[in-house]
Design a protein around this ligand. Structure first.
Ligand code: SAM
Length: 254
């Protein structure tokens, strides 16, 4: 059999394309691309020629298309899966073909590369040893607040994707859910000429968003809850030992 290869593409700076990505673009028998025009644009900018067949593979057809592509893999083809930017499957198409390949016992591998999650996390200056990726926040205010409230006791660094037109509302809701003092970073236009990282507290970043609205693509990285914040948000989530330690701390500080 051939192989399914998920390949990351640049998230802004075309120089981040790996040598492996370029070789795969030239050699794959089939390229399944989220947007075929963007794929050809990338190939042109990289100066590579896509020799294989190019098919559209996006959120709306990925389940239906996966098996047909895997039939080709079974017959020996290399099928390259790319999204518009970054890592396939991370808020992008790709998961359906990975799942079906696993179910059918067909080989699947990855040519890794840029992804906004890790880029933002590393630049945030916040702890990276444990983090959780939350993708895009729900669109509706009520759903978003409910979701954020569930994260109040989260101790890991939290990474969200956000869009320009919702950033102001998102900052209001982050303030309401986590309070003004949590550290955060707003990472914008990563790897591009106008890359900018705004670091500070939720309160300060929110004021900055009002005074100077950020444009372009962005990732929000929020510091996890401290022990005290976690205890306040969800005392039921703490173990007996942690509760006892907190009680001792409190008694000592009084
Ligand atoms: N698969 C992509 C990845 O691995 O990062 C994510 C795709 S998702 C549909 C697009 C979102 O990723 C944007 O709305 C933004 O939140 C984030 N993003 C992508 N490129 C970015 C960049 N250069 N700078 C900041 N955020 C970016």
């Amino acid at each position: 059999a051939g192989t399914v290869v998920l390949a990351a593409t640049p998230i802004g700076n075309v120089g981040d394309a790996s040598a492996r990505l370029m070789a795969l673009l030239e050699r794959a028998d089939i390229v399944a691309a989220e947007d075929t025009r963007r794929l050809f644009d990338l190939a042109r900018r990289l100066g590579v020629h896509v020799n294989g067949r190019v098919v559209a593979y996006h959120d709306h057809n990925e389940r239906g298309k996966a098996d047909g592509l895997l039939d080709q893999v079974e017959a020996g083809a290399t099928v390259l899966v790319v999204s518009d930017a970054g890592m396939p499957t991370i808020n992008d198409p790709g998961l359906a073909i990975v799942r079906r390949a696993i179910e059918r016992g067909l080989p699947v591998t990855c040519a890794p590369g840029p992804s906004a999650v890790l880029d933002a996390l590393a630049l945030s200056g916040l702890p990276t040893d444990r983090f959780c990726y939350e993708g895009f926040l729900p669109r509706k205010h009520g759903d978003r607040m409910q979701h954020l409230r569930m994260l109040r006791a989260e101790r890991r660094t939290i990474v969200f994707y956000e869009t320009t037109h919702r950033i102001a509302e998102a900052m209001d809701d982050l303030l309401a859910a986590f309070g003004p003092d949590r550290p955060m970073a707003l990472c914008r236009e990563l790897t591009k000429d106008y890359e900018q990282i705004r670091r500070g507290t939720i309160g300060a970043i929110r004021e900055g968003v009002i005074a100077d609205p950020p444009r372009g693509e962005m990732v929000l990285v929020i510091g996890g809850a401290t022990d005290e914040e976690a205890a306040e948000a969800a005392p039921e989530a703490l173990g007996v030992d942690q509760l006892a330690a907190l009680a001792l701390d409190l008694a000592a500080s009084e």
